[in-house]
Design a protein. Structure first.
Length: 114
């Protein structure tokens, strides 16, 4: 009986801890940060696959007020974390191939993001 009560207590404690908001200065992760929440909270986008390789780009971290400004302006940060790009209507950067190795191979050698 004691074991059952101990397990129930631990389960409730873990559930309560999972529902607490992040502490100030603690990073929050989101695949598509929108800027919602505390304006000064640091939100990070996990690394994304680079368009020119199989590697991942860097983690991109900004404060929520910066992510909110990006979304308001219809912008995002490229996977390499270096440039700002306009979002398409579906929430993705507007990127197009700039050259290809040949019509039969379909290999893309470069990308241009607007």
């Amino acid at each position: 009986m004691k074991l059952l009560l101990t397990l129930a207590f631990l389960l409730l404690a873990a559930q309560a801890q999972a529902q607490t908001p992040p502490a100030p200065g603690e990073k929050v992760y989101s695949a598509f940060p929108t800027g919602e929440g505390d304006p000064n909270q640091m939100t990070c986008r996990p690394p994304q696959r680079l368009s020119t390789s199989r590697l991942l780009g860097p983690e991109v971290c900004k404060r929520n007020y910066e992510w909110a400004r990006y979304r308001r302006d219809g912008m995002d940060v490229t996977a390499d974390g270096q440039r700002d790009v306009k979002l398409k209507g579906n929430g993705q950067p507007n990127c197009q191939s700039t050259s290809s190795a040949g019509a039969s191979t379909g290999a893309t050698l470069g990308m241009r993001c607007d």
